[in-house]
Design a protein around this ligand. Sequence first.
Ligand SMILES: Cc1cc2nc3c(=O)[nH]c(=O)nc-3n(C[C@H](O)[C@H](O)[C@H](O)COP(=O)(O)O)c2cc1C
Length: 353
Amino acid sequence: MYSARMSIYNTFKFIAFKTDPETIHDYTMKMFKHLPHTAKVLPRAEVNPKLALSDGHMRWDFPVGLAAGFDKNAQAIEFFSRLGFGAVEVGTVTPRAQIGNDRPRIFRMPEIRSVRNSMGFPNAGAELILKNIQNTKYKNVLGVNLGKNKTTTDQATGDDYDFLYKKFAPVSDYLVINISSPNTPGLRSFQNPESFRLICEKMEDSRKEVKKPLYLKIAPDMEKDDVYDLVDLAKEFDFAGIIATNTTIQHNYGKGGVSGDYIREISKQVRKWCCEAAREKEDLSVIGVGGVKNIKDLIEFWKDGGSFMQVYTAFIYEGPKLLQQMQTDLLEHLSLSGANTLQEWVDELKTTR
Ligand SMILES: Cc1cc2nc3c(=O)[nH]c(=O)nc-3n(C[C@H](O)[C@H](O)[C@H](O)COP(=O)(O)O)c2cc1C
């Protein structure tokens, strides 16, 4: 059965890697939308209660989630949940639909198991994405990643995030402020503490009305002091945590941000700073993303004090067997650790740092 599942996936990958990345992505997302049960014929991580993890704000059945940008329009939440992801983060969604930057805008870099993209938040807009979420029959934890429209002025940027928070807080388990995409002009300037503060202030009333864990997703291209400043602000405004990191612009490959193996070390460093800065701040969690591909990444991150992790690029190269392998390795390490549950083991790892 395992090898039959593997060969279905390997055949798919063989064809997919001969096709334009965005074309095949759009095609498969449509298939996953209409046939969510196809997840059953692929290698997947079966739910195992021992592997649940909590960061104090939410509980995932499995400690690895799907990163933002894969299911931009919330079409295939059920498929990815059935595959075994602990959480699916949809979006980035902007208030109004937009087409994004010119194609081609996704480039595979197989020799370094990385991807470059310059997408610029193409998405169907808040109204339609909300409907897709409401029509989803089965899901694990759902995150919604929020971004501003390209045409929104700097002054009105806080209004975009506030509008999106109000719209999606009632239908999601957590939300993410994305000010770290390199493909929307000027967006990253909102990582400047004064600008970020303006967004936070704009959202204060809505957040009091509907309380949902809110995370801030940051770029890997930051200095240590800037990371510390943002962590301080996130705490001041009662964020649940930080998601580190988005794609990097530290490369010479062309326009856009690079993800995957190429950003593994850069991301890891920024995650470490986040964990250090968050250590004295009770209840501030760090979610790790960027070059994550195996259980070593998870263990290292947990020792630093991190919580959940997310994947994007490794999932493109490895497919669903990535999750299955992580699950097998986690269960093996768990039994060696002597702990009964992953939660127990992760709590223990934190205290040994
Ligand atoms: C094609 C592509 C599109 C992405 N779109 C988004 C997005 O819309 N919003 C977002 O927050 N991150 C987006 N990302 C970034 C990922 O969520 C993730 O932070 C980054 O790729 C690093 O993780 P990885 O190395 O596992 O890919 C995108 C990444 C890729 C490769």
